[in-house]
Write a protein that binds this ligand. Sequence first.
Ligand code: NAD
Length: 487
Amino acid sequence: MRAQPKASHFIDGEYVEDAAGTVIESIYPATGEVIARLYAATPAIVEKAIAAAKRAQPEWAAMSPTARGRILKRAAEIMRERNRELSELETLDTGKPIQETIVADPTSGADSFEFFGGIAPAALNGDYIPLGGDFAYTKRVPLGVCVGIGAWNYPQQIACWKGAPALVAGNSMVFKPSENTPLGALKIAEILIEAGLPKGLYNVVQGDRSTGPLLVNHPDVAKVSLTGSVPTGRKVYEAAAAGLRHVTMELGGKSPLIVFDDAELESAIGGAMLGNFYSTGQVCSNGTRVFVQKKIKQSFLARLKERTDAIVIGDPMDEATQLGPMVSTAQRDKVFSYIEKGKSEGARLVTGGGIPNNVSAEGTYIQPTVFADVTDEMTIAREEIFGPVMCVLDFDDEAEVVARANATEFGLSAGVFTADLTRAHRVVDRLEAGTLWINTYNLCPVEIPFGGSKQSGFGRENSAEALKHYTELKTVYVGMGPVEAPY
Ligand code: NAD
């Protein structure tokens, strides 16, 4: 299987190569096969990308939001027309099953282009402020050159979620995908050009943690939007602060999902499974601490085990497959080490914990895993695992579970399953998280703001809110009479 792009980088409207960079091997996680060889960006490539972005931005910013939006909407159409091809590429890049990528990846990227393309004409307006005779007005202006840095779990979605609001607001972007998933963003860049985006506005450079700082520290960069782990977030934030650059931080989590004993059981189990096993558990907002009220613990676990054991694991390109491999050997090994910690610290393994027996030995597969009797101080209840490992904890009452749910440095998401409407709203009000769900989990349509609190980051992606993070206000005071000076 080959997925070799024309070249490693996409700069100023075309593919660009520089073989002086370190080699990045793109590995298909289901088989361990090398499907493409690319090069990390050299300083010269970074310079070229930022120079193109800087050159192209002013003219783009001078266009009307309607005209910019039209191009993004055309890109959305092209993405939908090529959904199958893009989804297959996403599956090769990540190992996620085609059953998922075909509904959740390019389509989500296309939603983003369509949504921001559509709202731009109204959402970028300023205010008129009457001041008696004088008045003032505000203008929402773009920041300039924005850098996007992506994680490997949703490569195409992240490339679009950052690109769409940045571009429609009149900025340009240099996007660096994760070194684990270098392929998808190049296609997004190609499609934007095909849709009519002027050259230089959306550039893709490859690289790893040593390339990122070249972008973040560049004096011509106005903003950095990172999707990644908390430790990376700290480094990028610190580097951006040195240049007083704007930042959006979409970081990790260890989110609570609370199931009260009056919840509709099948839905709560379905929500917990989606919030732990979708994308092989590699979702930042996953509800990995599942708090189940004691009265329903046994029935919850019995049915959860039954449904988990029925998950179809296998070839990600087979439409029947529900769970694919982990993105890389390193990530798979990390998850296994957490499973070992769970066992040694006394959690009870309900199901999973090993390698499935029906898959390629070279693939980075791992069984969907459920631990019960997990306690708050166990490592698996405190640290982000980022794999298909669900921790089930018990609780007695509402006040207790809210306090325990909040006892974490993270604050990305949280969920509540209950039939009691007032309790649902009371509990979400007390949970410390940026994105919360009642009687569902992990749904992130483009219309709603998404992002974290506490150590999980700040700034918001999606919805009109995202535009605020890619623009700044210019205030203009207009004097209508003579200036009265005391001297
Ligand atoms: P990571 O932090 O290792 O890497 C993220 C990106 O940052 C990569 O592109 C990497 O090359 C780059 N990078 C690393 N060090 C850098 C540095 N010093 N300067 C600049 N760039 C640098 O994360 P990952 O392993 O790719 O992804 C998994 C993490 O991402 C998890 O913690 C997950 O929760 C988080 N995540 C968050 C969201 C969200 O929206 N909140 C979404 C997806 C993933």
